[in-house]
Design a protein around this ligand. Structure first.
Ligand code: ATP
Length: 292
């Protein structure tokens, strides 16, 4: 079983020829509401990839709360640990212009009210094969939950920020993309950044987009898994799909090489479709692509 303690957001996406300047109104072309948030994305990816998944977090008592809850339930995620709190759900207001550039305002809403896992949450987390954390909840809540987890902690350090030592001390596996790896270590070369990360945590994966991913462990294992060559149409949530699938395969006892290949295959399927949760593959699809 996989536990995820993290954010749930509603992405409010307006598509327009060009983003408005300050004080300006422009006509938009289309609008979409898409469930997102790195926590909910990773929970959805892991559930679709075949694991029992429990999600812990919060939504608001607004119109988006029930939609976010139902979206997770539809993917098979156990949402008994998803609280409803007074106020707005987390939202990301996104303007996408015709060049494909984004401007984004993230309002944490209910995510900002999360203080830490409850005793009941921790009982479930402690029985899990892994606890997946990201950095879209208040850092104090992330640190407290990591330290109390009693299960291997897998950290996606996004959005990137200063990582307290007491958090890293509780992490088994850290999975930054190459930009986050550079920001954390100050090293531009991904191999060197991987080495520096391993001075702080036992295992690390640096994802490299269409270049694949690097894995390393303090025990001395080093792997490079190439990306599966596909025509990408939208890489949103490729990283979350990768992490969710990786943890499912590790929980099933697969070798690191096999688990990384499973994750790269799931992520490659996701980049061929639009959206976040809407692009994530089901287990049967991943298995079919692996044997193809
Ligand atoms: P995002 O922020 O878009 O969710 P990320 O920056 O966290 O993604 P990436 O390193 O871009 O993560 O991608 C994660 C994994 O997804 C890669 O290691 C790779 O396996 C797969 N992937 C990403 N882009 C592509 C692509 N264009 N073609 C095939 N696989 C891809």
């Amino acid at each position: 079983m996989i536990s995820v303690f993290g954010s749930a957001n509603m992405d409010l996406v307006a598509y327009t020829a060009r983003a408005p300047q300050r004080g300006e109104t422009v006509a938009g072309r289309a609008f979409a509401t898409i469930p997102g948030g790195k926590g909910a994305n990773q929970a959805t990816a892991a559930a679709l990839a075949g694991a029992d998944v429990a999600f812990f977090g919060a939504v608001g008592d607004d119109a988006f709360g029930p939609v976010l809850r139902r979206g997770l339930e539809a993917a098979g995620v156990d949402v008994r640990g998803l609280r409803t709190v007074a106020g707005s759900s987390g939202i990301a207001q996104i303007v996408v212009d015709d060049d494909g550039s984004n401007s984004i305002i993230v309002v944490p809403g209910a995510n900002g009210a999360v203080t830490g896992a409850s005793a009941d949450d921790l009982e479930v987390i402690g029985r899990s094969d892994a606890l997946l954390l990201q950095l879209e909840l208040p850092m104090a809540a992330v640190v407290a939950t990591a330290r109390a987890a009693g299960a291997p902690v897998v950290l996606t350090p996004s959005p990137v920020q200063e990582l307290p030592g007491e958090l890293l001390d509780a992490v088994t596996l850290i999975v930054p993309n190459e930009h986050e790896a550079r920001a954390i270590t100050g090293l531009a070369d991904p191999e060197e950044a991987l080495g520096a990360l391993l001075e702080r945590v036992p295992e690390a994966v640096v994802t490299l987009g269409s270049e694949g991913a690097l894995y390393g462990s303090r025990a001395g294992e080093r792997l490079h898994v190439p990306a599966v060559p596909v025509r990408a149409v939208d890489t949103t949530a490729a990283g979350d799909t990768f992490v969710g699938a990786l943890c499912v395969a590790r929980a099933e006892g697969r070798s690191n090489a096999e688990a990384l290949r499973f994750a790269a295959t799931a992520a490659a399927l996701s980049v061929q479709r639009e959206g976040a949760s809407t692009s994530m593959p089901a287990r049967a699809e991943i298995d079919a692509a692996l044997t193809a």
